[in-house]
Design a protein around this ligand. Structure first.
Ligand code: HEC
Ligand code: HEC
Length: 247
């Protein structure tokens, strides 16, 4: 079965689920979700139209078909696990979604999805994912739980990864920067290559900071960096879809 078809089907199911939830959404906010934004709280419970669902469940229904399935893989431009976003900083999640929206990030599916989100949606969704799974989450120590071997330690030092992503790679110096410790290594590798890529209409990320950094390295170096980063303990999670439904 063609991977693209699988992806499109997952999207379709997610959209269908989203519609269904909009019509049947219960009036009560879920106990564990991030505090609802004032606008959402003020909206009358029964009048939301299917075209503009307001509950947070409806807003993220489209996301769980990919980000809510442990091990779910994307296949473009190569096969890699879709990133963990639960536990990521809200400001970074919002920045990433806005980068897909403006086209600075070129991933076609995520662009289409981000374009469909309002500013309010992005803010609600970002807060929701920052807090999702928070109760069971490990708090990391100040230093990475594993030391890099000499080769990778040299690469990390060359680009001073810790100076921005934090001494444990999970405490970024600015909330719009990502936690990267323990992110899926295959995704980290694709993301790092994307920062190096220019003039490709469907693959790449336009980012002054990470572009300059990624361009200093060969793909073999980026892979070694990604494998190290991905081998570390994480505050990031993929929260399984079934848990989402039970919460
Ligand atoms: C069809 C699968 C799919 C769906 C549905 C989907 N995503 Fe994604 N998402 C991806 C893939 C693949 C990437 C990695 C894209 C890239 O390489 O830039 C991604 C990347 C992201 C990122 C960037 C993560 C990072 O660490 O930089 C965020 C944030 C995100 N998605 C949020 C969402 C939200 C919110 C929704 C629902 C509104 C959603 N996604 C729906 C597949 C999906
Ligand atoms: C000067 C600050 C700075 C330094 C140094 C830095 N980064 Fe980043 N990094 C950022 C910022 C800012 C972003 C977010 C860019 C964006 O919005 O796409 C980022 C994004 C990333 C991402 C994408 C995360 C995701 O979820 O998609 C990875 C992976 C990453 N950096 C790895 C590294 C590694 C590895 C190093 C060292 C080799 C490094 N960074 C050094 C600032 C920095």
């Amino acid at each position: 079965m063609n991977k693209l078809l699988t992806t499109l089907f997952a999207l379709f199911v997610a959209c269908a689920t989203s519609m269904g939830q909009a019509q049947t959404a219960p009036a009560a906010a879920p106990a564990t979700a991030a505090a609802p934004a004032p606008a959402a709280a003020a909206a009358p419970a029964k009048t939301a139209t299917p075209a503009s669902p307001k509950s947070i469940e409806a807003k993220v229904a489209m996301c769980v078909g990919c980000h809510g399935i442990v091990g779910y893989k994307a296949s473009f431009p190569e096969v890699y696990r879709v990133p963990k976003i639960a536990g990521q900083g809200a400001k970074y999640i919002a920045a990433a979604l806005n980068a897909y929206k403006t086209g600075d990030r070129k991933h076609p599916t995520m662009r289409g999805i981000a374009e469909s989100l309002s500013e309010q949606d992005i803010s609600d969704i970002a807060n929701y994912y920052e807090n999702l799974g928070k109760q069971g989450r490990a708090t990391l120590g100040d230093k990475p739980n594993r030391e890099a071997d000499a080769q990778v330690a040299g690469l990390v030092q060359k680009a001073a990864c810790f100076s921005c992503h934090g001494a444990n790679l999970s405490k970024p110096i600015d909330p719009s920067y990502p936690k990267i410790s323990g992110q899926y290594p295959d995704y980290v590798f694709v993301a790092l290559k994307a920062y190096k890529t220019e003039n490709n209409p469907t693959f790449g990320r336009n980012n002054g900071v990470m572009g300059a950094i990624a361009k200093q390295f060969s793909n073999a170096d980026l892979k070694a960096l990604a494998n190290y980063v991905g081998s570390l303990d994480s505050e990031l999670q993929t929260v399984q879809e079934s848990r989402f439904h039970h919460q």
